[in-house]
Design a protein around this ligand. Structure first.
Ligand code: NAD
Length: 355
């Protein structure tokens, strides 16, 4: 048998596939109308975050008579009051589909609505979050974020046009890219990851590690934007096909309960979790280091953060010393798959290191 890393590890896995049509490439949005017609979608409600004027202009043009209304109330972590408002609008307009224009927040609001009203989602992503490729939903009520997986909220059509990311500010691009990298990293050591998840994760790491520094240097470089978006798409597939571990639960608690910014928190926490998990996942660590062109996975991720100008300090993102104990308890109280078992004390130490 060959002794290449991981070939013997991927012999037991479970996967479930949703039917998602993906149209990828510069100019893809120009085909939106015909893609919707092919699916029999005639009236769409556009769901977006406030201020996406440039992207919306090209979407409105592509939709022409298929635009039934617009909701620009999407917000990070999907607050429940925004979901209620969107449901009222959906009931008034009765669209055939929700069409998201934006990042994970826009897709998140559409998913929360689809969970209740069973309307198909069409996604036009403009960040690297990857939510458009998954059936994972999340809603925040008060200071608790609930999440789940449901195939009914997986978008039916995803149209990736890297032209729409040319105005994504460099610091948002960097953090969003590290969020995508976190999906790929955790997929590589997930117990249920199969060959497609692992292949997608490796492609995501290579694409994003190459593209993000170029995007930061020249945000209007369409080639670099295209490679970054391909990486984000692959990372979204890895996220859909593998369960996430300790890193995602820490970020879930820090975002949902302590209000830390989603993508920058992923960037700051990831090298610490990877260093913690390293002894329990040598094959994944070798793949991550190799894809990053580094000799060590955690060091490679920290170096990428630094090259992208992203903070590695949770304190700078708003976490206080007094929050650490509660955050550690909330993380340790949740059950999730992780290659290395973890206690509340170890989470506390990890958070203190990242503070
Ligand atoms: P986001 O959607 O909140 O967008 C960040 C900001 O960038 C917003 O102000 C948005 O209006 C703006 N923006 C988006 N595209 C832009 C563009 N092209 N040019 C300029 N500005 C632009 O952030 P995000 O990081 O994409 O998503 C974060 C949310 O997604 C979190 O709530 C997270 O939990 C969720 N998420 C979910 C999944 C999933 O599978 N369910 C996966 C990843 C992230």
């Amino acid at each position: 048998m060959p002794d290449a890393p991981g070939l013997l590890a991927l012999t037991r896995f479970t996967s479930e596939w949703s039917r998602v049509r993906v149209v990828f490439g510069a100019g893809a949005v120009d085909r939106l109308g015909e893609e919707l017609d092919a699916l029999g979608i005639r009236r769409t409600l556009v769901v977006t975050t406030a201020g996406r004027t440039t992207a919306l202009a090209s979407i409105r043009q592509a939709l022409a008579g298929r635009l039934a209304g617009e909701c620009d109330r999407a917000a990070v972590h999907v607050p429940m009051d925004r979901v209620r408002d969107a449901l009222i609008q959906v009931d008034a307009i009765m669209p055939d589909a929700l069409l998201t224009v934006g990042g994970g927040s826009a897709v998140g609001l559409a998913k929360a609505v689809a969970l209740d009203r069973h309307i198909p989602i069409v996604a036009v992503p403009t960040t690297y979050a990857g939510s458009e490729m998954t059936g994972i939903w999340g809603v925040t009520d008060g200071d608790r974020k609930r999440t789940g997986r449901d195939a009914r909220v997986t978008p039916r059509l995803v149209v990736y046009d890297p032209r729409l990311t040319l105005w994504l500010p460099p610091h948002v691009s960097a953090a969003s890219g590290m969020n995508a990298i976190a999906h790929a990293v955790e997929a590589l050591y997930a117990a249920n990851a199969g060959p497609v998840a692992v292949g997608a994760a490796e492609d995501a790491l290579r694409s994003l590690a190459r593209a993000l520094p170029l995007v930061i240097a020249r945000p209007d470089d369409l080639e670099a934007r295209t490679l970054a978006m391909r990486g984000a798409h692959a990372a979204g597939m890895a996220l859909e096909l593998a369960s996430m571990g300790l890193h995602h639960w820490i970020c879930h608690v820090l975002g949902g309960t302590f209000g830390l910014a989603h993508a920058p928190t992923h960037a700051a926490v990831l090298p610490h979790v990877v260093a913690f998990n390293a002894p329990a996942a040598p094959d994944a660590m070798a793949r991550i280091a190799d894809a990053l062109g580094s000799t060590d996975a955690a060091t490679g991720l920290a170096a990428l953060n630094q090259a992208l100008g992203l903070t590695m300090s949770l304190r700078r993102l708003g976490l206080r010393d007094a929050d650490v104990d509660r955050a550690a308890e909330l993380v340790a109280a949740t059950s999730y798959g992780n290659p290395r078992p973890v206690t509340a004390d170890e989470v506390r130490q990890l958070l203190l290191n990242a503070l």
